[in-house]
Design a protein around this ligand. Structure first.
Ligand code: BGP
Length: 474
């Protein structure tokens, strides 16, 4: 049985739904300068000026002006919590001004108050791929130590302002996703970096991640001072890595992959780098700018819980020309012959969720919070306006079953479950609107046309009953 106070809800990120990209004095974030892409074309970075290009995040689904209506619908589904992020550029338009922007702070006050009126607890990510573009232009994002102070200051302002409204926080969304530093699909890494031709990307990635981890730890320390009741977590993109076969070489490759993708969580939880990463960096001749003070900060800012997203699992195969098992995601990943994929090629693997929860809990013995899970799909609106999405229900049902099994049979401590994109929004990966996750349909297409009208899909009623029965009726 799930706990009585289990936090059922839904998850989104500011830049993927708010729109209002210049309302209330908001500055420009990295999301605002990315054009739309699709499954075949990566998103491009331009200066964000409207020159006939489609910038889907500029308007997104206009949650900025529709939040009351949307939160009312979440309340109708019985949400106990709502996970969103605070757009850094609403609070500090250029990332690091002397004074925060009052209009931005006020927006989140009103939005959180609306949630609280319905008994919905806000769960807040401080940085969800929303770095101020000004900091990218000035410092190259988290290439620079300067961004540590900027992030810590932003966090402190948010903690102080919302200390009586928000209890659950997360610092950086999917901090470990930058481990796929050779991913040509991500124009910016989530630390706001655009790689330059010919540079040692791996070294750049580790350095930026280090600065982010220091920034996160310092924010955790300050947050707990502001309100000792805060629960501040990390946020990890959980993708279990299976060996292709029982060949010990495949096993070693999978182990190497797990280490390269999940060492970030070791630092967040234990406050220090694991030996395997320090040795690996030395073997690659990567010397990090890591001061004694940084090490102290890391020790004093360990997280309270592990937030994680779960969409899919990976499979890797060893190669003869890679005897040291150096993990290059693009090279060693292979398809899993036992598993079906979504229309976007993501492996659907509910057992992998149970596997992941066990792995995380065994390793860290901290409460877990599933803060993203779901399947992007095309939806069709019928003539009568109804939207039948049995595939979404099926996906979520199987994952919730696996999650419950893990709590009941394996004893994992789980705080809550917030499926991704509870209302349709802009895809982070591709910029599409038509890669939909929601229980609530939003009338808008990939070209940006549509009335923005909200409609309930079949999954809306289904999820409502899931919540009402605390996961017993699936
Ligand atoms: C995660 C991100 C989310 C979200 C989700 C789905 O990686 O934290 O922001 O977008 O993936 O991905 P996509 O939007 O590319 O379908």
């Amino acid at each position: 049985m799930l706990r009585e106070d289990f936090l059922w809800g839904g998850a989104v990120a500011a830049h993927q739904l708010e729109g209002g990209w210049q309302e209330g004095g908001k500055g420009i974030s990295i999301a605002d300068v990315m054009t739309a892409g699709d499954y075949k074309t990566a998103r491009k970075i331009t200066d964000g000026v409207l020159d006939g290009e489609n910038y889907p995040n500029h308007t997104a689904i206009e949650f900025y002006s529709h939040y009351k209506e949307d939160i009312k619908l979440f309340a109708e589904m019985g949400f106990k919590c709502f996970r969103t992020s605070i757009a850094w550029t609403r609070i500090f338009p250029e990332g690091e001004e002397e004074q925060p922007n009052e209009a931005g702070l006020k927006f989140y006050d009103d939005m959180f108050d609306t949630c609280l009126q319905y008994g919905i607890e806000p769960v807040v990510t401080l940085s969800h791929f929303e770095m101020p573009f000004a900091l990218v232009k000035k410092y190259g994002g988290f290439r620079s130590r300067k961004c540590i102070d900027a992030f810590v200051r932003f966090s402190e302002v948010c903690f102080k302002r919302y200390k009586d409204k928000v209890k659950y926080w997360m610092t950086f969304n999917e901090i470990n996703n930058q481990a796929s530093y050779e991913n040509p699909w991500a124009p910016f890494t989530n630390s706001g970096i655009v790689y330059e031709e010919g540079e040692n990307k791996e070294a750049v990635m580790y350095q930026a991640a280090h600065y982010e981890l220091v920034a996160s730890a310092e924010a955790v320390r300050i947050g707990k001072e502001i309100n000792p009741d805060f629960q501040i977590g990390c946020m990890i993109a959980m993708t279990p890595i299976y060996p292709y076969s029982c060949n010990p070489k495949d096993m070693m490759m999978a182990l190497s992959g797990m280490q390269k993708r999940f060492w970030f969580a070791d630092v967040h939880v234990r406050g220090e780098y694991p030996a395997y990463i320090l040795k690996y960096l030395a073997s690659r001749h990567i010397e990090l700018d890591m001061t004694e003070e940084d090490k102290e900060i890391l020790k004093n800012g360990c997280v309270d819980y592990i937030g994680f997203s779960y969409y899919m699992s990976f499979v890797v195969k060893a190669a003869d020309n890679n005897p040291e098992y150096i993990y290059h995601e693009e090279e060693c990943k292979v398809d899993n012959p036992y598993i079906e994929t979504t229309d976007w090629g993501w492996a659907v693997d509910p057992e992998g969720l149970r596997w992941s929860m066990n792995w995380l809990y065994d390793r860290y013995q901290l409460p877990l919070f599933i803060v993203e899970n779901g399947m992007g799909a095309y939806d069709k609106v019928e003539e009568d306006g109804s939207i039948h999405d049995p595939y979404r229900i099926e996906y979520l049902r199987k994952h919730i079953k696996a999650m419950k099994k893990c709590v009941d049979a394996d004893g994992v401590d789980l705080i809550g479950y917030t499926p991704w994109g509870c209302i349709d929004l802009v895809s982070a990966g591709t910029g599409e609107m038509e890669k939909r996750y929601g229980f609530i349909y939003v009338d808008k297409d990939n070209q940006g046309n549509g009335t923005l009208k909200r409609s309930k899909k079949d999954s809306f009623e289904w999820y409502k009953n899931v919540i009402k029965s605390n996961g017993e009726i699936l």
